[in-house]
Design a protein around this ligand. Structure first.
Ligand code: NAP
Ligand code: GLV
Length: 328
């Protein structure tokens, strides 16, 4: 019997590719940039399975162009680039990578929180600019305390919970808002449920950990920013479009909130002339939440195992639409 064909849309670490190679003939997109949509359709045309990243649009057009497709494995937990409902209609399992990257993403989220609170990027830029002429000044570079401050987590899922665990070590009061109330987490981590306006108005740090959906698009815009304290710091490690970038720019520029820290932007990459990049009170990283080597390797291996499983007629380990399997 012919071996199945797999198309992998970005270069992966070899240990992960080997997992797919054991069961399929593999083609890997060789460029640094993701395949443009027409190239993705062309390469997927005879594929039985594809391994994608958040940069690939996986929609009905792509599925139409790939009549043999029976597995979509995404190297990410977020699936906002994949039409999961359409894949489900076609009986195609969609894998993603929850859990394996939560701790690393929470580490980065906390690094952003600490960095924005204590102005580390801003003061380093200033220092490298040759401005440090006074050895110490008692009123310079005053930031905010993290310990004992109030953190508001929006979206208490796997990453949000890991952020809460880290915040406990800083003796923070932790509020959360999520689609559903998490009474287990309330007793285990001492987090307190708050409705959205209460969280926005009480938190010193607001951490966004929701997926991008039609409900969370521009979840933070002018009205929500106006509810925050003037000293509030907004941190986004979810997806760029969860925050309205123009509203954020206006709020930061007018110092209506103190600062923001973004690991994700809209669009990605953020253009180098984007007005947000002119602001001193913005800390920004290029979507590196889960980019720690051991975690990335484990994430790649999980995505590879999901693809290999589906191509050999087995159930994916982590499947976003388990209803495609008989009995769900
Ligand atoms: P998760 O476990 O599914 O958690 C998401 C949480 O958001 C869930 O608790 C969910 O509530 C809540 N939620 C969904 N819609 C909401 C809404 N409209 N209002 C309030 N809460 C809502 O996912 P995760 O693993 O924590 O990942 C979260 C997101 O982080 C991903 O989707 C991805 O976009 C992003 N991410 C970014 C990076 C990075 O590198 N920056 C890395 C990994 C992930 P329920 O529990 O009630 O469903
Ligand atoms: C990364 O952004 C992910 O969703 O895993």
């Amino acid at each position: 019997m012919a071996r199945p064909k797999a198309f992998i849309t970005r270069t992966l670490l070899p240990d992960a590719v080997d997992i797919v190679r054991q069961v399929a003939d593999v083609e890997i997109w060789p460029d640094e940039s993701p395949p443009p949509p027409d190239e993705l359709r062309r390469r997927a045309a005879d594929a039985d399975g594809i391994l994608t990243t958040i940069m690939d649009r996986v929609d009905a057009d792509l599925m139409d162009a790939a009549p043999n497709l029976r597995a979509i494995s995404q190297l990410a937990v977020g699936l906002d680039n994949v039409d999961v409902a359409e894949a489900t209609r076609r009986g195609i399992p969609v894998g993603n990578t929850p859990g394996v990257l939560s701790k690393s993403t929470a580490d980065l989220a906390f690094a952003l929180l600490l960095g924005a609170a204590r102005r580390t990027s801003e003061s380093e830029r200033w220092l490298r600019g040759g401005n440090w002429r006074l050895a110490f000044h008692p009123t310079h570079w005053l930031g905010q305390d993290v310990h004992e401050a109030t953190l508001g987590i929006v979206g208490l899922g796997q990453i949000g919970l890991e952020v809460a665990r880290r915040a406990r070590g800083f003796d923070m009061r932790i509020l959360y808002h999520s689609r559903t109330r998490k009474t287990d987490a309330e007793s285990e981590y001492g987090v307190e449920y708050a409705d959205f306006p209460a969280l926005l108005s009480q938190a010193d740090f607001i951490m966004l950990c929701v997926p991008l959906t039609s409900q969370t698009h521009h979840l933070i815009s002018t009205a929500e920013l106006a509810m925050m304290k003037p000293t509030a710091i907004l941190i986004n490690v979810s997806r760029g479009p969860v925050v309205d970038p123009q509203a954020l720019y206006q709020s930061l520029h007018a110092n209506r909130i103190a600062a923001a820290a973004l690991d994700v932007t809209s669009p990605e990459p953020i253009p180098s002339d984007d007005p947000l990049l002119t602001l001193d009170n913005l800390t920004i990283t290029p979507h590196i939440g889960s980019a720690a080597l051991p975690t990335r390797l484990n994430t790649m291996k999980l995505a590879a195992r999901n693809l290999a499983a589906a191509l050999t007629g087995q159930r994916m380990e982590t499947c976003a639409n388990p209803e495609v399997y008989n009995g769900g």
